[in-house]
Design a protein around this ligand. Sequence first.
Ligand SMILES: [Zn+2]
Ligand SMILES: [Zn+2]
Length: 307
Amino acid sequence: MSILRQHRCSSRSLTHVPRLSHVARSTCSATAMTKIGSSQSQLVIEPRLETKPDLVTPVIPSAGPPLPNDPSLQSTWPHRAWVASGCSTLVFSLAKTLMGAADSHMWLEPMVAGYVGYVLADLLSGVYHWGIDNYGDASTPVFGSQIEGFQGHHKWPWTITRRQFANNLHALARSITFTVLPIDILCNDPVIQGFVTMCAGCIMFSQQFHAWSHGTKSKLPPLVVALQDAGVLVSRTQHSAHHRPPYNSNYCIVSGVCNEFLDKNKVFEALEMIIFLKLGVRPRSWSEPGTEWIEETDEAQSQVTVH
Ligand SMILES: [Zn+2]
Ligand SMILES: [Zn+2]
């Protein structure tokens, strides 16, 4: 009796990275055969499989990381306009919170609501990040570009530090504008406004907090380092664990305060199991990381480690 344990290269689908479906079969054909009761392992080279062109998913050359001046990292005027729109929406929300609190002489409740919003934003950032790291691909409706962006981030994490501010935040700023502006207009409750201001603000700036967590201590503003060290913003140490195998922890990127609870209690692993049992969909984190998941070392950044 023997057990065949076949190691396959997993393929995470990504449009700018070749689909490895048949490449994996043809190149990863080394099979470890282990006999029970025997310590001997034999490496068997399987016959090379025929590599017919895949008519559905043609193999294209792998794209490299964006260059420092790559247009994909630059802010455009539409990016800036959306960030201005998101910031205006947040200022409007904050103004309504303060005016409502002043009118009702109620200050503690909006502040508590704001703190709840801050913690919830961290949780939501983790849930969203977990979802797009593990499910869907570039062709997924609505979230496709975000999924592609986060998968690219795992291969070239340092590029987030070179991405310009509005480029990094415009997608979230647009979502905040559409969801929060109606609440600003329709709601006058300072408690709800306090909650919305903090939650939406932290979500909108989460990508900036994320970028700072990839920064080098000596190059970050001292205030940012102090906030990271105090646990107000997600720390460089905590987020660096997300970029190390097995790539399935520390998903939260606002303050990281929810990460310990989520990881210790295996909340995301339980959700993955439920989704698998209900829908038969496996998360990417269950597969052996493919090349597009493993971080490439950047020459310029190879000296830079997370402190
Ligand atoms: Zn991730
Ligand atoms: Zn990251």
